[in-house]
Design a protein around this ligand. Sequence first.
Ligand SMILES: Nc1ncnc2c1ncn2[C@@H]1O[C@H](COP(=O)(O)OP(=O)(O)O)[C@@H](O)[C@H]1O
Ligand SMILES: [Mg+2]
Length: 360
Amino acid sequence: MLFPQPSVRLTPSSLLYGGRSHDKSHLLRSGQYLYNELPVRLAHRIEGFRNLPFIVGCNSTILKVHEMYIRAFHTLYNHEKITDIESERKYTETLESLLDQHKDIIQLLAQGFSESRKHIKDERLIQAFLDRTLKSRLGIRVLAQHHLAMHNEQPNHVGIIDVCFSPRSLLENSVEFLSTLCRDRYGYAPKVQYQGHMAVKFPYMPQPVEYIVGEVMKNAMRATVENNLRNYSNIPDVVVTLANNNTDFIIKVSDRGGGVPHDIEDKIWNYNYTTADSLTDDQVQTGGIFGEVMSPAGRAGESASRMHGYGFGLPTARAYAEFLGGGITLETMQGIGTDVYIRLSHIDSTSNVKKPGFRI
Ligand SMILES: Nc1ncnc2c1ncn2[C@@H]1O[C@H](COP(=O)(O)OP(=O)(O)O)[C@@H](O)[C@H]1O
Ligand SMILES: [Mg+2]
């Protein structure tokens, strides 16, 4: 049995300093690395699906995802070898189409586990499977998108990495998008204030940060509005604070949305745990549209374009933050509101020996 072999993970700075060449040899090198690496990573995931409890693995939605991984494995494993620019071009086209076919997998997993998890007593089993699957998927997508982006260089970018990444503009764009979503759902959206090191810029890959910030911000906005249903004229602001240092950067999102009640505090990090159904639409006295809105095209691609959903927001955001060498913690004051701290390691955080950075 050839697989699974150990995976070869890259430092993010090797993506950044991987080099560019006029003869496109950097594209060949990157393609050859993916050609060897992606089947190994997919094989590990397929093994994960095989080891799921039988009753979960038989769920039709989970089976569908499992089969998608198997198909992707065969497509990439049997692909023509990358020897020149022409074979590299074909490989890149294949990658692009696979990325597209797999874009809704988180939603499928969320749906599959919400149907089948009642059969499983051990929550840790599901948590471990989903943490591993989602982190690995993020790694694969980052590498594949980096390769695609190197074909199509944007100013100030090296592949997927924005060398002048501005957390402020990411936050503002995300808030603008989510405010529209929030207004469509509830008729109102809280204002957002920014404070701290908002002017900083450094190299980073924006996509996973956009996902994490989006999920945390949706929760803050939802809690704020739902906790102030009779007080629309005076909704408290959400406050975002940014701290930057040599090792990492920290985004704190503070809301006055009433906090996370004591009795659910230890469940909110579980995949599929949600209080989405606890508020009926009759309670939402919106000046806007009642009920579930038509989804605007999901801007972040995989981020659900709704204010809440399958209870995947927090655990997925935490898995992504851990993947980026950081984490998420939540402090809540029942009756007042919640502070969420998102910590993400810098790409070049070699200055700190205790925290050696992360690998993709
Ligand atoms: N800022 C917050 N204030 C109050 N409750 C929160 C907050 N963030 C999360 N929660 C609670 O945690 C639950 C799980 O959140 P999440 O994983 O994002 O799933 P979802 O948003 O789909 O319900 C939410 O349903 C909500 O009850
Ligand atoms: Mg959420």
